[in-house]
Design a protein around this ligand. Structure first.
Ligand SMILES: Cc1ncc(COP(=O)(O)O)c(C=O)c1O
Length: 376
């Protein structure tokens, strides 16, 4: 079929709740816009409750949440932090902001998450922490990672930017390590436009998260600063949106699960496509519906498929690129090896339109176009 006259299918279209809109109207009415506004406290309280943790501290982004988490764990110049090779670069950057060195570990071929079997060989006397990222909504294999951290006395930051509400053996992503971080950027499962959150059960970390996000003001005297702090304060309008969206998280996860089920039903028997794999014990929240293309079996490589879909009005995205292709890492001699699984995923993977506002008709259209391309 040709679809030149049909509407484009964007890769991500957010769904915003009426609760969020009502909260924003209320915040505007109250004229509270700053981080002192009441929705900020409410968002933190609601978030802590929803995730079953003692403390939640808002930030300006997922990246600042990661930086803040590392600052709270006292990661600094002489330290090394183990990071996934397959991830969004914000993870590596946050480590670099602290002056510490990111040490990369390749991913597993099934879920693209950090490969626990490769972590221990990367631990040195300088290693202070591991950042685990739950990629595309599928939890990393936490049991072996937690065991390695315990054995080697390392802290764990769990980056759940792509996995709000995802679970591993009944535990929510973000709650298994020392500090969990989230992004609320526009394409995330919960959005505030831009924004982030850190969560923890540790009172000392919570205190440090709060102080470092607010310039490390001395509790005794404002404008006296006890350390080099940051301004990572979320404003009241963002928090107003966040409260409304958080109330809809369970509904949003259901939408994602239905989307994945529908894609799987429609794409399941196309040769050369590998659909997302969900391991046993994991609740996958399918932040993005990520597929791998086998060039030979599909008859076309990933780039050609993306380009053909684009011509037909369907927007997709590449997977992340490996560290060995990143100039900012190469220029600083931070990457000295290759990561074959990350490289393979990067060269063969793409993700399909997966936003919360996607309709059944749009999913059917995407699948029909792929089927038609496969036939030809
Ligand atoms: C895994 C991961 N960590 C961190 C971030 C950074 O979040 P933000 O864009 O809110 O800074 C993103 C994406 O944006 C991400 O996918």
């Amino acid at each position: 079929m040709t679809s030149s006259k049909k509407e484009n299918v964007p890769v991500n279209e957010p769904l915003l709740s009426k609760e969020a809109a009502a909260n924003v109207a209320q915040a505007m009415e109250s004229r509270w816009l700053s981080s002192q506004g009441p929705f900020v406290k409410q968002f933190e309280e609601d978030y802590a409750k929803r995730f079953g943790v003692k403390y939640a501290v808002t930030t300006t982004s997922g990246t600042s949440a990661l930086h803040l988490a590392l600052a709270a764990l006292n990661v600094g110049k002489e330290d090394e932090v183990i990071v996934p090779a397959f991830t969004m670069a914000a993870v590596w950057l946050a480590v670099m902001y602290t002056g510490a060195k990111p040490v990369f570990v390749d991913c597993t071929p099934d879920t693209y998450n950090i490969d626990p079997t490769q972590i221990e060989s990367k631990i040195s006397s300088r290693t202070k922490a591991i950042i685990v990222v739950h990629i595309y909504g599928h939890s990393a294999d936490m049991d072996p990672i937690l065991a390695i951290a315990k054995k080697n006395k390392l802290k764990i930051v769990e980056d759940a930017a792509e996995a709000h509400g995802g679970e591993y053996k009944g535990q929510l992503c973000g709650t298994m390590g020392d500090i969990g971080t989230f992004s609320f950027m526009a394409n995330k499962i919960i959005t505030t436009g831009e924004g982030g959150m850190t969560i923890t059960n540790n009172e000392e970390y919570a205190d440090r998260l709060r102080r470092y996000k607010d310039f490390c003001y001395s509790p005794q005297k404002r404008f006296i600063h006890t350390d080099v702090g940051y301004n990572y304060r979320m404003g009241n309008l963002q928090a107003a949106v966040g409260c409304g969206e958080l109330a809809n998280l369970s509904k949003y996860i259901e939408i994602k699960e239905k989307m994945a089920e529908k894609y799987a039903g429609l794409l399941g028997n196309i040769a050369g496509l590998r659909l997302p794999i969900t391991l046993s014990g994991v609740k996958n929240v399918y932040w993005m519906y990520a597929i791998l293309i086998d060039d030979q079996k599909f008859g076309m490589n990933k780039d050609a498929l993306r380009a053909t879909l684009k011509e037909r009005g369907i927007d997709t995205r590449d997977f992340f690129y490996p560290p060995e292709e990143q100039p900012f890492l190469i220029d600083r001699n931070l990457v000295t090896e290759k990561f074959p699984q990350t490289d393979y995923a990067s060269k063969h993977g793409l993700y399909l339109p997966s936003g919360l506002a996607i309709s059944d008709e749009q999913i059917e259209r995407v699948a029909e176009e792929i089927r038609d391309i496969a036939k030809k």
